[in-house]
Design a protein around this ligand. Structure first.
Ligand code: ADQ
Length: 464
Protein backbone atom coordinates (compact mmCIF):
# COMPACT_ATOMS: atom_id res chain seq x y z
CA UNK A 1 0.00 0.00 0.00
CA UNK A 2 1.28 3.47 -0.90
CA UNK A 3 2.06 6.02 1.79
CA UNK A 4 -0.18 9.04 2.01
CA UNK A 5 1.03 12.64 2.07
CA UNK A 6 -1.71 15.03 3.21
CA UNK A 7 -1.27 18.77 2.72
CA UNK A 8 -3.53 21.32 4.41
CA UNK A 9 -3.22 24.83 5.78
CA UNK A 10 -3.16 23.59 9.37
CA UNK A 11 -2.29 20.21 10.83
CA UNK A 12 -4.36 18.76 13.64
CA UNK A 13 -3.51 15.52 15.41
CA UNK A 14 -6.36 13.84 17.31
CA UNK A 15 -5.95 11.61 20.33
CA UNK A 16 -7.68 8.70 18.69
CA UNK A 17 -11.17 7.85 17.64
CA UNK A 18 -13.97 8.56 20.05
CA UNK A 19 -11.83 10.96 22.08
CA UNK A 20 -14.06 13.81 23.20
CA UNK A 21 -11.88 16.41 21.54
CA UNK A 22 -13.08 19.65 20.02
CA UNK A 23 -11.72 18.70 16.59
CA UNK A 24 -14.04 18.40 13.64
CA UNK A 25 -14.67 15.52 11.28
CA UNK A 26 -11.93 16.45 8.86
CA UNK A 27 -9.18 16.14 11.45
CA UNK A 28 -10.61 12.78 12.50
CA UNK A 29 -10.77 11.57 8.88
CA UNK A 30 -7.21 12.65 8.07
CA UNK A 31 -5.86 11.08 11.25
CA UNK A 32 -7.69 7.85 10.41
CA UNK A 33 -6.47 7.74 6.80
CA UNK A 34 -2.89 8.58 7.79
CA UNK A 35 -2.86 5.97 10.52
CA UNK A 36 -4.07 3.36 8.05
CA UNK A 37 -1.77 4.25 5.14
CA UNK A 38 1.16 5.70 7.06
CA UNK A 39 2.84 8.82 5.79
CA UNK A 40 3.10 12.53 6.48
CA UNK A 41 0.73 15.39 7.26
CA UNK A 42 2.27 18.60 6.01
CA UNK A 43 1.13 22.19 6.68
CA UNK A 44 1.70 25.56 8.27
CA UNK A 45 2.61 25.44 11.98
CA UNK A 46 0.45 28.48 12.74
CA UNK A 47 3.63 30.27 13.86
CA UNK A 48 5.16 33.37 12.35
CA UNK A 49 8.89 34.02 12.01
CA UNK A 50 10.75 37.15 10.94
CA UNK A 51 12.62 35.35 8.13
CA UNK A 52 11.26 32.39 6.19
CA UNK A 53 13.72 29.48 6.22
CA UNK A 54 11.57 26.59 5.06
CA UNK A 55 12.88 24.59 7.98
CA UNK A 56 10.66 21.63 8.80
CA UNK A 57 9.48 20.66 12.26
CA UNK A 58 8.89 16.92 12.15
CA UNK A 59 6.95 15.13 14.85
CA UNK A 60 5.99 11.53 15.25
CA UNK A 61 2.23 11.09 15.73
CA UNK A 62 0.47 7.77 16.24
CA UNK A 63 1.31 5.85 13.04
CA UNK A 64 2.37 8.81 10.91
CA UNK A 65 4.53 11.95 10.93
CA UNK A 66 3.59 15.61 10.98
CA UNK A 67 5.77 18.15 9.21
CA UNK A 68 5.18 21.87 9.59
CA UNK A 69 6.80 25.10 8.45
CA UNK A 70 6.64 28.64 9.85
CA UNK A 71 5.63 31.61 7.68
CA UNK A 72 6.50 35.29 7.68
CA UNK A 73 3.80 37.69 8.94
CA UNK A 74 3.36 39.40 5.59
CA UNK A 75 3.00 36.00 3.90
CA UNK A 76 0.27 35.04 6.36
CA UNK A 77 -1.40 38.36 5.65
CA UNK A 78 -1.30 38.05 1.88
CA UNK A 79 -1.73 34.32 1.43
CA UNK A 80 -4.07 33.40 4.29
CA UNK A 81 -5.97 36.51 5.40
CA UNK A 82 -5.60 37.99 1.92
CA UNK A 83 -5.99 35.74 -1.10
CA UNK A 84 -7.54 32.74 0.66
CA UNK A 85 -10.00 34.52 2.92
CA UNK A 86 -10.59 37.94 1.30
CA UNK A 87 -10.47 36.87 -2.35
CA UNK A 88 -11.25 33.21 -2.92
CA UNK A 89 -13.60 32.54 0.02
CA UNK A 90 -16.08 35.34 -0.79
CA UNK A 91 -15.87 34.77 -4.56
CA UNK A 92 -16.39 31.02 -4.24
CA UNK A 93 -19.42 31.70 -1.96
CA UNK A 94 -20.91 33.94 -4.70
CA UNK A 95 -20.07 37.17 -2.84
CA UNK A 96 -18.15 39.14 -5.44
CA UNK A 97 -19.33 42.26 -3.61
CA UNK A 98 -17.01 41.24 -0.75
CA UNK A 99 -14.14 39.82 -2.83
CA UNK A 100 -10.98 41.94 -2.81
CA UNK A 101 -8.72 41.73 -5.81
CA UNK A 102 -5.25 42.90 -4.79
CA UNK A 103 -2.14 42.04 -6.77
CA UNK A 104 -0.21 41.66 -3.51
CA UNK A 105 -2.61 38.96 -2.27
CA UNK A 106 -2.17 36.98 -5.48
CA UNK A 107 1.61 37.29 -5.29
CA UNK A 108 1.69 36.22 -1.65
CA UNK A 109 -0.52 33.23 -2.44
CA UNK A 110 1.73 32.08 -5.26
CA UNK A 111 4.82 32.67 -3.14
CA UNK A 112 3.52 30.55 -0.24
CA UNK A 113 2.41 27.79 -2.61
CA UNK A 114 5.96 27.75 -3.97
CA UNK A 115 7.40 27.67 -0.43
CA UNK A 116 5.14 24.74 0.39
CA UNK A 117 6.22 22.88 -2.75
CA UNK A 118 9.86 23.56 -2.03
CA UNK A 119 9.68 22.21 1.52
CA UNK A 120 7.47 19.27 0.64
CA UNK A 121 9.29 17.81 -2.36
CA UNK A 122 12.27 16.35 -0.44
CA UNK A 123 9.85 14.43 1.82
CA UNK A 124 8.01 12.66 -0.99
CA UNK A 125 8.99 9.13 -2.02
CA UNK A 126 8.34 7.58 -5.39
CA UNK A 127 5.12 5.67 -4.71
CA UNK A 128 3.52 8.19 -2.33
CA UNK A 129 0.02 9.52 -2.96
CA UNK A 130 -0.20 13.26 -2.38
CA UNK A 131 -3.61 14.58 -1.24
CA UNK A 132 -3.99 18.36 -0.99
CA UNK A 133 -6.88 19.98 0.91
CA UNK A 134 -8.82 23.05 -0.08
CA UNK A 135 -8.68 26.50 -1.64
CA UNK A 136 -5.42 27.51 0.01
CA UNK A 137 -3.51 25.32 -2.43
CA UNK A 138 -5.19 25.38 -5.84
CA UNK A 139 -1.85 25.90 -7.68
CA UNK A 140 0.25 23.58 -5.48
CA UNK A 141 -0.09 20.65 -7.90
CA UNK A 142 1.46 22.69 -10.68
CA UNK A 143 4.28 23.85 -8.37
CA UNK A 144 5.02 20.25 -7.36
CA UNK A 145 5.17 19.22 -11.02
CA UNK A 146 7.56 22.12 -11.68
CA UNK A 147 9.87 20.55 -9.08
CA UNK A 148 9.76 17.31 -11.05
CA UNK A 149 7.32 15.33 -8.91
CA UNK A 150 5.74 12.49 -10.90
CA UNK A 151 3.52 11.16 -8.11
CA UNK A 152 -0.24 10.93 -8.21
CA UNK A 153 -1.57 14.28 -6.96
CA UNK A 154 -5.10 14.92 -5.70
CA UNK A 155 -6.99 18.00 -4.56
CA UNK A 156 -10.23 18.14 -2.59
CA UNK A 157 -12.11 21.44 -2.50
CA UNK A 158 -14.20 21.83 0.66
CA UNK A 159 -16.04 24.94 -0.53
CA UNK A 160 -18.34 25.55 -3.54
CA UNK A 161 -17.07 26.10 -7.06
CA UNK A 162 -18.60 29.33 -8.40
CA UNK A 163 -20.45 29.71 -11.70
CA UNK A 164 -18.23 30.66 -14.65
CA UNK A 165 -19.89 34.10 -14.90
CA UNK A 166 -18.67 34.96 -11.40
CA UNK A 167 -15.27 33.31 -11.61
CA UNK A 168 -14.26 35.36 -14.65
CA UNK A 169 -14.33 38.46 -12.43
CA UNK A 170 -11.14 37.18 -10.78
CA UNK A 171 -7.95 38.57 -12.32
CA UNK A 172 -5.77 35.74 -13.69
CA UNK A 173 -8.58 33.19 -13.24
CA UNK A 174 -7.27 31.26 -16.23
CA UNK A 175 -3.84 30.89 -14.73
CA UNK A 176 -5.33 29.62 -11.48
CA UNK A 177 -7.53 26.96 -13.07
CA UNK A 178 -4.87 25.88 -15.58
CA UNK A 179 -2.55 25.29 -12.62
CA UNK A 180 -5.22 23.14 -10.96
CA UNK A 181 -5.34 20.84 -13.95
CA UNK A 182 -1.90 19.48 -12.99
CA UNK A 183 -3.62 17.43 -10.30
CA UNK A 184 -4.65 13.93 -11.36
CA UNK A 185 -7.84 13.91 -9.29
CA UNK A 186 -9.95 16.93 -8.30
CA UNK A 187 -12.78 16.33 -5.82
CA UNK A 188 -15.84 18.50 -5.16
CA UNK A 189 -18.56 18.31 -2.51
CA UNK A 190 -21.52 18.11 -4.91
CA UNK A 191 -22.41 17.55 -8.55
CA UNK A 192 -23.45 21.21 -8.76
CA UNK A 193 -19.93 22.44 -7.99
CA UNK A 194 -18.47 19.74 -10.24
CA UNK A 195 -20.66 20.82 -13.17
CA UNK A 196 -19.64 24.47 -12.71
CA UNK A 197 -16.00 23.47 -12.80
CA UNK A 198 -16.38 21.40 -15.96
CA UNK A 199 -18.34 24.23 -17.56
CA UNK A 200 -15.50 26.66 -16.82
CA UNK A 201 -12.87 24.30 -18.27
CA UNK A 202 -14.85 23.89 -21.47
CA UNK A 203 -15.91 27.51 -21.93
CA UNK A 204 -12.90 29.47 -20.73
CA UNK A 205 -9.98 27.11 -21.32
CA UNK A 206 -11.38 25.25 -24.34
CA UNK A 207 -10.27 22.07 -22.59
CA UNK A 208 -11.42 18.71 -23.86
CA UNK A 209 -14.07 17.76 -21.29
CA UNK A 210 -15.88 14.45 -20.96
CA UNK A 211 -18.89 15.13 -18.74
CA UNK A 212 -19.65 11.47 -18.04
CA UNK A 213 -16.24 10.49 -16.70
CA UNK A 214 -15.30 13.98 -15.48
CA UNK A 215 -12.02 13.92 -17.40
CA UNK A 216 -10.53 17.23 -18.43
CA UNK A 217 -7.70 17.20 -20.94
CA UNK A 218 -5.54 20.22 -21.64
CA UNK A 219 -2.01 20.60 -22.99
CA UNK A 220 -1.30 16.91 -22.58
CA UNK A 221 -2.49 16.57 -18.94
CA UNK A 222 -5.52 14.57 -17.97
CA UNK A 223 -7.29 15.41 -14.72
CA UNK A 224 -10.40 13.65 -13.51
CA UNK A 225 -12.96 15.67 -11.55
CA UNK A 226 -15.59 13.94 -9.41
CA UNK A 227 -18.06 14.65 -6.63
CA UNK A 228 -17.11 13.13 -3.26
CA UNK A 229 -19.65 14.42 -0.70
CA UNK A 230 -17.95 14.57 2.69
CA UNK A 231 -19.66 13.17 5.79
CA UNK A 232 -19.22 13.14 9.54
CA UNK A 233 -17.48 10.44 11.54
CA UNK A 234 -20.78 8.80 12.40
CA UNK A 235 -19.37 6.20 14.79
CA UNK A 236 -17.27 8.72 16.64
CA UNK A 237 -20.20 11.10 16.97
CA UNK A 238 -22.65 8.39 18.08
CA UNK A 239 -20.25 7.41 20.84
CA UNK A 240 -21.34 10.62 22.62
CA UNK A 241 -24.87 9.25 23.00
CA UNK A 242 -25.55 8.48 26.62
CA UNK A 243 -22.33 10.08 27.87
CA UNK A 244 -22.66 12.22 30.96
CA UNK A 245 -21.47 15.35 29.19
CA UNK A 246 -24.02 14.98 26.38
CA UNK A 247 -26.77 14.14 28.86
CA UNK A 248 -25.98 17.15 31.02
CA UNK A 249 -25.92 19.47 27.99
CA UNK A 250 -29.26 18.04 26.89
CA UNK A 251 -30.84 18.63 30.27
CA UNK A 252 -29.42 22.12 30.59
CA UNK A 253 -30.92 23.24 27.30
CA UNK A 254 -34.18 21.31 27.46
CA UNK A 255 -34.74 22.29 31.08
CA UNK A 256 -34.10 25.98 30.59
CA UNK A 257 -36.37 26.11 27.54
CA UNK A 258 -39.24 25.10 29.82
CA UNK A 259 -42.16 24.39 27.52
CA UNK A 260 -40.82 26.10 24.47
CA UNK A 261 -39.54 24.17 21.43
CA UNK A 262 -35.86 24.72 20.79
CA UNK A 263 -34.61 25.81 17.38
CA UNK A 264 -30.85 25.37 17.12
CA UNK A 265 -28.22 26.90 14.85
CA UNK A 266 -24.50 26.03 15.12
CA UNK A 267 -22.16 27.85 12.77
CA UNK A 268 -18.83 29.57 12.57
CA UNK A 269 -19.64 33.28 12.52
CA UNK A 270 -19.37 33.67 8.75
CA UNK A 271 -21.40 35.76 6.28
CA UNK A 272 -21.92 32.67 4.13
CA UNK A 273 -23.98 31.00 6.87
CA UNK A 274 -27.04 33.27 6.56
CA UNK A 275 -27.25 34.27 10.25
CA UNK A 276 -28.87 37.74 10.00
CA UNK A 277 -31.32 36.23 7.51
CA UNK A 278 -32.41 33.72 10.19
CA UNK A 279 -33.43 36.58 12.45
CA UNK A 280 -35.44 38.06 9.58
CA UNK A 281 -37.22 34.73 9.25
CA UNK A 282 -38.00 34.66 12.99
CA UNK A 283 -39.28 38.23 12.72
CA UNK A 284 -41.56 37.18 9.87
CA UNK A 285 -42.85 34.20 11.83
CA UNK A 286 -43.57 36.25 14.95
CA UNK A 287 -45.34 38.93 12.89
CA UNK A 288 -47.64 36.47 11.15
CA UNK A 289 -48.18 34.12 14.13
CA UNK A 290 -47.95 36.02 17.40
CA UNK A 291 -48.67 32.85 19.43
CA UNK A 292 -45.21 31.61 18.31
CA UNK A 293 -43.46 34.03 20.67
CA UNK A 294 -44.35 31.82 23.61
CA UNK A 295 -43.62 28.58 21.81
CA UNK A 296 -40.12 28.93 20.34
CA UNK A 297 -36.66 29.41 21.74
CA UNK A 298 -33.99 30.02 19.12
CA UNK A 299 -30.45 29.20 20.28
CA UNK A 300 -27.68 30.29 17.93
CA UNK A 301 -24.18 29.09 18.74
CA UNK A 302 -21.69 31.08 16.68
CA UNK A 303 -18.02 31.28 17.68
CA UNK A 304 -16.14 34.18 16.05
CA UNK A 305 -13.90 33.25 13.16
CA UNK A 306 -11.28 35.02 10.96
CA UNK A 307 -11.39 38.10 13.17
CA UNK A 308 -8.52 39.77 11.28
CA UNK A 309 -10.78 40.19 8.25
CA UNK A 310 -13.06 43.24 8.18
CA UNK A 311 -16.13 41.57 6.64
CA UNK A 312 -16.07 39.18 9.64
CA UNK A 313 -15.96 42.06 12.11
CA UNK A 314 -18.90 43.55 10.23
CA UNK A 315 -21.04 40.42 10.20
CA UNK A 316 -20.47 40.07 13.93
CA UNK A 317 -21.58 43.66 14.59
CA UNK A 318 -24.64 43.23 12.36
CA UNK A 319 -25.66 40.06 14.11
CA UNK A 320 -25.22 41.53 17.58
CA UNK A 321 -27.31 44.54 16.64
CA UNK A 322 -30.08 42.49 15.05
CA UNK A 323 -30.24 40.03 17.96
CA UNK A 324 -30.39 42.93 20.42
CA UNK A 325 -33.15 44.65 18.50
CA UNK A 326 -35.14 41.47 18.09
CA UNK A 327 -34.89 40.52 21.73
CA UNK A 328 -35.71 44.09 22.78
CA UNK A 329 -38.89 43.95 20.76
CA UNK A 330 -40.06 40.44 21.65
CA UNK A 331 -38.81 39.71 25.16
CA UNK A 332 -40.80 39.72 28.35
CA UNK A 333 -39.59 39.86 31.94
CA UNK A 334 -39.39 36.07 32.02
CA UNK A 335 -38.78 35.30 28.35
CA UNK A 336 -36.04 35.97 25.76
CA UNK A 337 -36.69 34.46 22.31
CA UNK A 338 -33.11 34.38 20.97
CA UNK A 339 -30.07 33.16 22.84
CA UNK A 340 -27.00 34.11 20.90
CA UNK A 341 -23.88 32.40 22.21
CA UNK A 342 -20.58 33.67 20.90
CA UNK A 343 -18.34 30.69 21.60
CA UNK A 344 -17.55 27.12 20.70
CA UNK A 345 -18.51 23.95 22.59
CA UNK A 346 -17.10 20.45 22.83
CA UNK A 347 -18.56 17.83 20.51
CA UNK A 348 -20.24 15.87 23.30
CA UNK A 349 -22.05 19.03 24.43
CA UNK A 350 -23.10 19.77 20.86
CA UNK A 351 -24.57 16.27 20.67
CA UNK A 352 -26.74 17.02 23.70
CA UNK A 353 -27.81 20.43 22.37
CA UNK A 354 -28.77 18.99 18.97
CA UNK A 355 -30.82 16.29 20.66
CA UNK A 356 -32.67 18.82 22.79
CA UNK A 357 -33.69 20.83 19.71
CA UNK A 358 -37.00 20.19 17.95
CA UNK A 359 -35.70 22.04 14.89
CA UNK A 360 -32.21 22.19 13.35
CA UNK A 361 -31.95 25.45 11.43
CA UNK A 362 -29.23 25.19 8.78
CA UNK A 363 -29.75 27.97 6.28
CA UNK A 364 -26.47 29.09 4.70
CA UNK A 365 -26.60 31.36 1.66
CA UNK A 366 -23.89 29.08 0.17
CA UNK A 367 -21.97 26.21 1.71
CA UNK A 368 -19.67 23.58 0.21
CA UNK A 369 -21.42 20.81 2.17
CA UNK A 370 -22.36 21.73 5.80
CA UNK A 371 -21.66 19.11 8.41
CA UNK A 372 -23.89 20.64 11.08
CA UNK A 373 -26.92 19.38 9.12
CA UNK A 374 -25.51 15.85 9.33
CA UNK A 375 -24.57 16.10 13.00
CA UNK A 376 -28.05 17.37 13.87
CA UNK A 377 -29.67 14.35 12.18
CA UNK A 378 -27.29 11.86 13.80
CA UNK A 379 -28.01 13.21 17.29
CA UNK A 380 -31.80 12.82 17.14
CA UNK A 381 -33.90 10.41 19.21
CA UNK A 382 -35.23 7.85 16.66
CA UNK A 383 -38.59 7.65 18.49
CA UNK A 384 -39.13 11.41 18.64
CA UNK A 385 -36.79 13.04 16.15
CA UNK A 386 -36.61 16.75 15.39
CA UNK A 387 -36.92 18.33 11.96
CA UNK A 388 -34.04 19.57 9.83
CA UNK A 389 -34.62 22.81 7.93
CA UNK A 390 -31.90 22.97 5.29
CA UNK A 391 -30.96 25.58 2.73
CA UNK A 392 -31.13 24.33 -0.84
CA UNK A 393 -27.87 26.29 -1.34
CA UNK A 394 -25.81 23.98 0.88
CA UNK A 395 -24.02 21.12 -0.86
CA UNK A 396 -25.72 18.84 1.69
CA UNK A 397 -29.12 19.50 0.05
CA UNK A 398 -28.20 17.15 -2.83
CA UNK A 399 -28.09 14.18 -0.45
CA UNK A 400 -30.62 15.37 2.14
CA UNK A 401 -33.78 15.93 0.13
CA UNK A 402 -35.92 14.57 3.00
CA UNK A 403 -35.18 17.66 5.05
CA UNK A 404 -37.46 20.70 4.72
CA UNK A 405 -35.49 22.36 1.94
CA UNK A 406 -35.77 26.14 1.89
CA UNK A 407 -34.66 29.20 -0.01
CA UNK A 408 -32.51 30.91 2.61
CA UNK A 409 -32.93 34.28 0.83
CA UNK A 410 -36.67 34.23 1.51
CA UNK A 411 -37.70 35.09 5.08
CA UNK A 412 -41.20 34.00 4.16
CA UNK A 413 -40.09 30.57 3.00
CA UNK A 414 -37.98 29.94 6.10
CA UNK A 415 -40.75 31.23 8.40
CA UNK A 416 -43.21 28.85 6.73
CA UNK A 417 -40.81 25.93 7.20
CA UNK A 418 -40.41 26.81 10.90
CA UNK A 419 -44.17 26.70 11.33
CA UNK A 420 -44.46 23.42 9.39
CA UNK A 421 -41.64 21.83 11.38
CA UNK A 422 -43.23 22.82 14.66
CA UNK A 423 -46.55 21.26 13.68
CA UNK A 424 -45.21 18.16 11.95
CA UNK A 425 -46.78 14.91 13.25
CA UNK A 426 -44.40 12.41 14.78
CA UNK A 427 -45.02 9.81 12.01
CA UNK A 428 -43.80 12.21 9.35
CA UNK A 429 -40.86 13.31 11.49
CA UNK A 430 -39.83 9.69 11.91
CA UNK A 431 -40.23 8.83 8.22
CA UNK A 432 -38.11 11.79 7.14
CA UNK A 433 -35.52 11.20 9.84
CA UNK A 434 -35.05 7.53 8.96
CA UNK A 435 -34.13 8.37 5.38
CA UNK A 436 -31.86 11.24 6.41
CA UNK A 437 -30.15 9.19 9.06
CA UNK A 438 -29.45 6.38 6.59
CA UNK A 439 -27.68 8.88 4.32
CA UNK A 440 -25.58 10.30 7.17
CA UNK A 441 -24.72 6.84 8.55
CA UNK A 442 -23.93 5.18 5.20
CA UNK A 443 -21.83 8.02 3.76
CA UNK A 444 -19.44 8.88 6.54
CA UNK A 445 -16.12 10.65 6.43
CA UNK A 446 -14.11 7.42 6.61
CA UNK A 447 -15.74 6.15 3.40
CA UNK A 448 -15.27 9.58 1.85
CA UNK A 449 -11.51 9.49 2.43
CA UNK A 450 -11.22 5.90 1.21
CA UNK A 451 -13.19 6.65 -1.98
CA UNK A 452 -10.95 9.59 -2.78
CA UNK A 453 -7.76 7.67 -2.04
CA UNK A 454 -8.94 4.72 -4.14
CA UNK A 455 -9.40 6.94 -7.18
CA UNK A 456 -6.10 8.68 -6.50
CA UNK A 457 -4.35 5.31 -6.39
CA UNK A 458 -6.05 4.03 -9.55
CA UNK A 459 -4.01 3.87 -12.76
CA UNK A 460 -3.84 7.09 -14.82
CA UNK A 461 -6.84 7.94 -16.95
CA UNK A 462 -6.81 7.89 -20.68
CA UNK A 463 -9.16 9.71 -22.92
CA UNK A 464 -11.38 7.53 -25.02
P1 ADQ B 1 -17.23 25.01 7.80
O1 ADQ B 1 -17.57 26.22 6.99
O2 ADQ B 1 -16.46 25.25 9.02
O3 ADQ B 1 -16.45 23.92 6.92
P2 ADQ B 1 -19.30 22.94 8.59
O4 ADQ B 1 -19.34 21.91 7.54
O5 ADQ B 1 -20.64 23.27 9.12
O6 ADQ B 1 -18.68 24.34 8.12
O7 ADQ B 1 -18.39 22.37 9.74
C1 ADQ B 1 -18.27 23.01 10.94
C2 ADQ B 1 -17.80 22.03 12.01
O8 ADQ B 1 -17.43 22.82 13.13
C3 ADQ B 1 -18.90 21.10 12.46
O9 ADQ B 1 -18.35 19.85 12.77
C4 ADQ B 1 -19.45 21.78 13.70
O10 ADQ B 1 -19.94 20.91 14.69
C5 ADQ B 1 -18.25 22.51 14.23
N1 ADQ B 1 -18.71 23.75 14.88
C6 ADQ B 1 -19.32 24.79 14.32
N2 ADQ B 1 -19.66 25.69 15.30
C7 ADQ B 1 -19.26 25.17 16.47
C8 ADQ B 1 -19.32 25.59 17.82
N3 ADQ B 1 -19.90 26.71 18.18
N4 ADQ B 1 -18.79 24.79 18.75
C9 ADQ B 1 -18.22 23.64 18.40
N5 ADQ B 1 -18.14 23.19 17.16
C10 ADQ B 1 -18.65 23.94 16.19
C11 ADQ B 1 -15.99 23.81 5.55
C12 ADQ B 1 -17.04 24.11 4.49
C13 ADQ B 1 -18.24 23.21 4.67
C14 ADQ B 1 -17.82 21.75 4.68
C15 ADQ B 1 -16.66 21.52 5.63
C16 ADQ B 1 -16.09 20.11 5.50
O11 ADQ B 1 -17.43 25.48 4.50
O12 ADQ B 1 -19.22 23.43 3.65
O13 ADQ B 1 -18.92 20.93 5.03
O14 ADQ B 1 -15.61 22.44 5.40
O15 ADQ B 1 -15.72 19.84 4.20
Amino acid sequence: MSRLIVVSNRVSVTKGRGAAGAQGGLAVAMNGALRKHGGIWFGWSGNEVARFTGQLTMQRADGFTTATIDLEPHDVDEYYNGYANRTLWPLFHYRIDLAEYETEFGRGYERVNEQFANSLVPLVEEEDLVWVQDYHFLPLGERLRAHGLKNRLGLFLHIPWPPTRLLVSLPYHERLVRAMLHYDVIGFQSTEWLESFLHYCRKELQADVDEDSGTVQLDGHVAVARAFPIGIDYKEFMAFRGTQTAQRAYERLAGSARNRSVVIGVDRLDYSKGLPERIDAMERLFTTHDDMVNQLLYVQIAPPSREDVRSYQEIRATLEQKTGQFNGAHSDVDLVPIRYVNRGFGRAELFGFYRAARIGLVTPMRDGMNLVAKEYVAAQDPEDPGVLILSRFAGAAEQMSDALLVNSHSAEDVARALWTALHMPVEERRARWEKLNAVVRDHDVIGWAEDFIALLAAPPFHHM
